[in-house]
Design a protein around this ligand. Structure first.
Ligand SMILES: C[S@@+](CC[C@H](N)C(=O)[O-])C[C@H]1O[C@@H](n2cnc3c(N)ncnc32)[C@H](O)[C@@H]1O
Length: 232
């Protein structure tokens, strides 16, 4: 009988935030898998579960999902990863693919779940705590309250319009993938008369080098950086 594929959200960094359900499935799966952009780069999601899961007798497998700007390179790589995953499922292995934070929030796993199901295999998604939920709790801030709304947007120079629309229309904005864009976010807030003190940077939450505080334009931020803007 073919194995089952699980997409497991492991939370944003602190192993204590991995859910009991995630841990139970990870403990009993034959293979723990994680996505990488380039071979051998390692996985923060795997590092989160390594100390709390029984690794005895388990196979650990990396799957390469290229981020090459060329669509055909990315598709080819994805299709090779899916073929290999199906071969492992055919051998009867249950596979748990770990993903940082929650599975539904910008995760590689969602690119493969549908295709694996369409090929006739069983899959299951186990949610995890998203980084911005943990960040808001560390900052002691509500994401939204009463009748307020929340926009969650990624940011980069080429898609600043999405952030602009959100700043114009929402009380609360979570800006993801913000690491290179802190000065741009500050400028866009200035242009709209939104005081910079309304922004909280959430960087490396639950990881070494955690920073949760005001926008400091002199500071360098790594990839795991999110900004929470609360206009009220
Ligand atoms: C590819 S997305 C993954 C999001 C993840 N699935 C989640 O639920 O948070 C990567 C972005 O998530 C945010 N992120 C992930 N982990 C984080 C952490 N520990 N601290 C702050 N932001 C984090 C950052 O905005 C980062 O650029």
């Amino acid at each position: 009988m073919a194995g089952k594929l699980y997409g497991i959200g492991v939370g944003p960094g602190d192993s204590g935030l991995v859910t009991l359900k995630a841990r139970r499935i990870l403990d009993r799966c034959d293979i723990i898998a994680y996505p990488v952009k380039v071979p051998g780069e390692g996985s923060v999601a795997f590092d989160i579960v390594r100390p709390i899961v029984d690794m005895e007798g388990k196979r650990i497998e990396e799957f390469v999902f290229s981020m090459d700007p060329d669509d055909s390179v990315r598709m080819n790589c994805r299709s090779k990863a899916i073929d290999r995953m199906c071969a492992l499922l055919d051998q009867g292995n249950d596979i748990a693919m770990v993903t940082l934070g929650d599975v539904g929030v910008y995760s590689t796993y969602m690119y493969i779940d549908q295709e694996i199901r369409e090929r006739g295999y069983e899959t299951d998604i186990v949610p995890g705590i998203p980084s911005f939920c943990h960040g808001a709790s560390v900052a002691g801030l509500p994401l939204m309250i009463g009748n307020e709304g929340l926009a969650i947007v990624p940011v980069a120079k080429e898609n600043s319009q999405l952030l602009g629309n959100s700043l114009d229309n929402f009380d609360n904005i979570v800006v993801m993938k913000a690491f290179k864009s802190i000065p741009m976010i500050a400028k866009m807030m200035d242009e709209r008369g939104i005081d910079r003190s309304k922004a909280t940077v959430i960087s490396n939450v639950g990881m070494p080098g955690e920073y949760v505080g005001p926008m400091d334009l002199t500071r360098e931020y790594g990839y795991f950086t999110t900004v929470l803007i609360k206009k009220r």
